[in-house]
Write a protein that binds this ligand. Structure first.
Ligand code: ATP
Ligand code: MG
Length: 565
């Protein structure tokens, strides 16, 4: 902009008109009237102004890109934080593909596209206005004409393109989620995809999404070029019209200098205008990403994070009381739990058994505070665990059927989520022993320091479960919850784990869900669940007497065992 302003005296000087405020000021300051020297000085000033402009712009860009990249990193992290802080039931309702898309693509659209775009629009808008001000000083009426001329053209083209560009942005975001939707089963479900020979299907779904997205980008690129050509054509017509107007109303020298400034300004104005309209298009396109981020943040904000601090403290070694718990999922009318009441004494071992779909895992998730009962309460020492989750998670540990293995050492997997320097290696060794993992560790090349590889590729299913058990024991919990935690173990290892559990019983409350009856045989209390209700309870023998279904279960179990023999 400075450059354009500085061009004015230069142009006037070249055309021979020296009676200008700028030129006389310069000649006064430098104390010379000599045309040659003045020309040299003014050229120098113009060059200097361009160098200054470049430096200022570069510094600004440097600052801006640092700033927006940091904001983008923060926003992406914030979205991730809110996802992991949200209620488990909400989490289960979310699509993996969309979460991946939102944390990555959508956030970078919102910042790289919208925020940077808006800033660029602002600076370009400022440049355009300043150029117009200079032109206005040179020739007010012509400038007004130019504004109306270019303004109308831009307004018309932009209003024709706006909706289309927005829609393309939405399509691109949808295809992004579509691509993730194909990547996840292909990669996370590798074995299933391979054995069912469906990998190519996921690859072609991926390709379909990506090529649709590419088509959308192509359409976007094309329609974003339109305003540029329109502006160029309008500019050529404009210069023609202006020359006719200027030469017919003013003397040749003046007309020529005004036209010179206009052409100089236009060569500067036109790229800026083009960039301006281009940015406008990409802002509209990226707006889809911003909308996604905003609506996700709003939704996450409305349901709020699950708070794990500032809770009342729960005392140690207390009884758990489940009182008339009823539960249904938001997306269903049927109750999965229809009024479950159980008293679990501190230090006792209780087991939930029952057919598949009876509601055992759901009940455990409620005991874990992951689901909130639709009605009824779960208390620990008389205090609702749902009002004291932070403290509850210091008392309870869980081993689920699928153990998530970190791409880290065995020790880090046992101490799950703790930084290396906070891992108590002695404790790791102790719980590894308790979980019957000593032999497996001895076979690993680096023992406890062996990296297990992402998803625990180095471990067998049973070893993975024992890592889960060691992990739970490392937390030194008062309450140990096991959901089918020993299902993958062979009978001997299972027996040994049961012995471990027996040795822990008394000190800890143990809640087990298992289908294998040998796992639950020693429990103080067995609860037989059927259709979301406790259909019977008692020790193994007494339940066998009192509950027909359970007796049947035992009979079938022993019959199949007898057959095996
Ligand atoms: N999001 C959901 N919406 C509606 N119903 C659901 C949802 N998730 C689970 N269910 C239903 O809840 C019931 C109880 O499931 P749950 O996992 O608690 O059974 P389970 O007793 O643990 O069975 P299993 O022995 O097979 O593990 C099932 O009938 C299941 O279909
Ligand atoms: Mg289950």
């Amino acid at each position: 902009m400075l450059g354009v302003a500085a061009m004015l005296p230069l142009m006037l000087l070249v055309t021979g008109s020296t009676d200008n405020v700028a030129i006389s000021t310069i000649s006064e300051v430098f104390g010379t009237q000599d045309l040659q020297r003045l020309l040299l000085i003014i050229s120098g000033l113009v060059a200097l102004s361009f160098v200054t402009k470049a430096l200022v712009q570069l510094t600004f860009k440097w600052w801006l890109s640092g700033h927006t990249s940091r904001l983008e990193a923060e926003a992406s992290t914030e979205l991730f934080r809110r996802y992991v802080d949200s209620a488990y039931s909400d989490h289960r309702g979310r699509k993996m593909s969309e979460m991946h898309r939102n944390i990555g693509h959508a956030v970078s659209q919102a910042f790289g596209g919208v925020l940077l775009g808006l800033i660029s629009l602002l600076t370009d808008g400022l440049t355009i206005s300043l150029i117009l001000v200079v032109l206005f000083l040179v020739s007010p009426w012509t400038t007004l004409g130019v504004i109306v001329f270019f303004g109308t053209t831009m307004f018309v083209t932009q209003s024709l393109l706006r909706k289309r560009q927005q829609r393309i942005g939405e399509e691109i975001a949808e295809y992004e989620a579509g691509a993730w939707n194909a990547v996840l089963p292909g990669i996370n479900g590798f074995r299933e995809s391979r054995v069912t020979k469906t990998s190519t299907e996921f690859v072609s779904r991926f390709f379909a999404s990506r090529s649709e997205q590419a088509q959308a980008h192509r359409r976007m690129a094309l329609i974003s070029e339109i305003p540029r050509y329109v502006l160029e054509i309008v500019f050529v017509i404009g210069v023609g019209a202006m020359s006719v107007l200027l030469f017919s109303t003013q003397d040749q020298g003046q007309a020529l200098s005004v036209l010179g400034v206009f052409v100089a300004a236009a060569t500067r104005l036109l790229p800026t205008l083009n960039r301006f309209t281009g940015t406008l298009g990409s802002v509209r396109m990226s707006n889809a990403g911003l909308q996604i981020v905003v609506s996700e943040i709003n939704q996450l904000e409305a349901s709020g994070p699950v708070k794990l601090d500032d809770e009342p403290k729960l005392a140690e070694k207390q009884a758990i009381r489940i009182s008339d718990v009823r539960f249904k999922f938001d997306d269903s009318d049927e109750f999965v739990l229809k009024g479950v009441s159980v008293d679990i004494q501190a230090g006792s071992t209780v087991a939930f058994v029952g057919s598949s779909g009876a509601g055992k895992s759901t009940l455990l998730d409620i005991i874990l505070g992951l689901f909130t009962p639709t009605s009824g309460t779960v208390t620990y020492g008389g205090q609702s665990i749902h009002g004291a989750l932070g403290s509850w998670y210091e008392r309870v540990a869980v081993v689920s059927q699928d153990i998530f293995i970190l791409d880290d050492s065995l020790a880090a997997n046992v101490a799950y989520g703790l930084p290396d320097n906070e891992i108590d290696m002695q404790k790791v060794r102790d719980v590894v022993s308790l979980a019957q993992l000593d032999e497996a560790v001895a076979q690993l090349p680096d023992g406890l320091a062996t990296r297990l590889g992402e998803r625990g590729v180095r471990l067998s299913g049973g070893q993975r479960q024992r890592v889960g058990i060691a992990r739970a024991l490392y937390r030194d919990p008062d309450v140990l919850v096991l959901d089918e935690a020993t299902s993958a173990l062979d009978n001997i290892t299972e027996f040994e784990i049961s012995e471990t559990m027996k040795s822990l019983a008394g000190e800890r409350t143990i809640i087990i869900v298992a289908h294998r009856l040998s796992t639950v045989k020693n429990a103080d209390n067995i609860l037989f669940m059927k259709n979301g209700l406790i259909a019977g309870e008692g020790s193994f023998e007494s339940l066998q007497q009192s509950n027909m279904d359970f007796a049947e279960l035992v009979r079938i179990g022993s019959a199949s065992l007898a057959e095996e023999k």
